[in-house]
Design a protein around this ligand. Structure first.
Ligand code: SAM
Length: 245
C-alpha cells in the first residue's frame, strides 16, 4: 500500500509510472484486452480513422508519443499503406522493446522507436505533420509541458490528436464504471502481474485527470486552434483534436 490513494507528488509520479510499464510490458496487450473487454481496440481504430492518415503519401510524418508497444503506429502504418514516416516515442525501454519486436514480425520495420520523455522531446521544432498520444498523457507528470512540446514539434498546419480516459457523462454508466474500475481493474492487475497497487494508482490517475472541457482548455492554452473533442462509449474515453495554425 506504498502509494494507495495518497496524493502523489509530481517528482514521484514518473518513477511509479515507469515501474508499472516495466513490469507489465510483456503482458501489456493482454492486460489491455482484459481490462477494457477489448474496447481499447475499438477506440484505437476510431482514433486512427479520425486522424485519417493520407494513403500513399511519401512525405507525411507522425510522432506517436507514449506509443508503447506500437498499437497506434501499426494501425497508421496499415492505413497509410506503409508509406507514412512514423516515429514511436516512449519513455520506457521495455515497452519499446516489445514494440520493436512486434514491428519486425508484422513487417513494419520502417517504424522508428525512440526513447523519449513527452515533456522534453528530442525532436527539432516543426518536425511532424501529426502528433498522437493514446492513453499516455495522463501518465505524464506535467501535462502542460507535454502539450507545449506537442505544439513545438508540429509543423504549421499540423494536427494534435489525443485519446485518453475521460469523464463518463451518462447516468448509471458512471456508477457501473466507477465500481468496475475501483474493484475489477486492481484485481485483474493483481492476477496477471501480482501487483494490485500499481493498478490502483492507474485508476486514480484516470479519476484525477481533467474532464473533457478542462482538458480542451489546456490544449488551447498550449497554443492549439480549433480544439474539439468527441466522447467514446459515453465518455469512458475521449478524443481531443487541435491544430497548430
Ligand atoms: N499508446 C499505447 C497504447 O495506447 O497502447 C501505450 C499506452 S500505455 C497505457 C502508457 C505509455 O505511456 C507507456 O508506454 C509509458 O511508458 C508511457 N509514458 C509514461 N510517461 C511518459 C513520458 N513522460 N513520456 C513518454 N512516454 C511516457
Amino acid at each position: 500500500a506504498a502509494f494507495g490513494f495518497r496524493k502523489v507528488a509530481v517528482e514521484e509520479k514518473q518513477g511509479m509510472v515507469d515501474d508499472v510499464f516495466h513490469s507489465v510490458a510483456k503482458r501489456y496487450d493482454l492486460m489491455n484486452d482484459l481490462m477494457s473487454g477489448g474496447m481499447h481496440r475499438v477506440w484505437k481504430s476510431a482514433f486512427v480513422s479520425m486522424l485519417a492518415p493520407p494513403k500513399n503519401s511519401e512525405t507525411w510524418s507522425l510522432v506517436d508519443v507514449a506509443g508503447g508497444t506500437g498499437d497506434i503506429a501499426f494501425r497508421v502504418a496499415e492505413r497509410s499503406r506503409g508509406k507514412a514516416a512514423i516515429t514511436v516515442a516512449d519513455i520506457n525501454a521495455s515497452m519499446l522493446e516489445v514494440g520493436r519486436e512486434r514491428a519486425e514480425k508484422r513487417g513494419f520495420g520502417a517504424i522508428q522507436f525512440r526513447e523519449a520523455n513527452a515533456e522534453e522531446l528530442p525532436f527539432a521544432d516543426g518536425s511532424f505533420d501529426a502528433y498522437t498520444i493514446a492513453f499516455g498523457i495522463r501518465n505524464v507528470p506535467r501535462i502542460d509541458k507535454a502539450l507545449s512540446e506537442a505544439f513545438r514539434v508540429l509543423k504549421r498546419g499540423g494536427r494534435f490528436l489525443c485519446l485518453e480516459f475521460s469523464q463518463v457523462d451518462v447516468p448509471m454508466l458512471d456508477r457501473v464504471y466507477e465500481a468496475y474500475s475501483f474493484r475489477a481493474i486492481p484485481e485483474i492487475g493483481r492476477r496477471v502481474t501480482g501487483d494490485a497497487e500499481s493498478y490502483r494508482y492507474l485508476v486514480e490517475s484516470i479519476r484525477t485527470f481533467p474532464n473533457q472541457e478542462n482538458f480542451a482548455g489546456m490544449i488551447r492554452e498550449a497554443g492549439f486552434s480549433r480544439v474539439t473533442y468527441r466522447n467514446m462509449t459515453g465518455g469512458v474515453a475521449a478524443v481531443h483534436s487541435g491544430w497548430k495554425l
